[in-house]
Design a protein around this ligand. Sequence first.
Ligand code: SF4
Ligand code: SF4
Length: 133
Amino acid sequence: MAPHKIVLRFTSSTSDQPIIYHLVKDYDLVVNILKAQINPHLEGTLVLDLRGEKYEEGIEYLRNQGISVHPLTQEVVRNNDRCTSCGACTGHCPAGALAMERPSMEVQFDSDKCVVCLQCLKVCPVGAMEVRI
Ligand code: SF4
Ligand code: SF4
């Protein structure tokens, strides 16, 4: 069975649950963690490759725990022609994918770190961050 790439989003009340343990032990799923991030308020995002016969049951288990589950069908890209390196996005990126480089003071975007949380799209004043489906 082909792996499913999914994004899990946790609130502070759900981030301490041993979900990987249960997905493997109770649902016999193969789990590959592609990206993980948690902020100081214990809210987090996990990007997984998940495969196995009991995939649907595993997803239902996650949702029953109050975890939001979405397929990873999109990626975030930056339109470098629009970006003014204002820095507004850097404090909102939970994964450290957007960071001010010194001493040039240019904002760098590392797409490998991006967990597709979409926060930067909300705060960029010039719409430089875009979703590619
Ligand atoms: S979507 Fe934007 S804010 Fe979220 S991780 Fe990616 S670059 Fe950072
Ligand atoms: S908020 Fe927008 S314009 Fe400002 S640094 Fe980030 S991507 Fe560039």
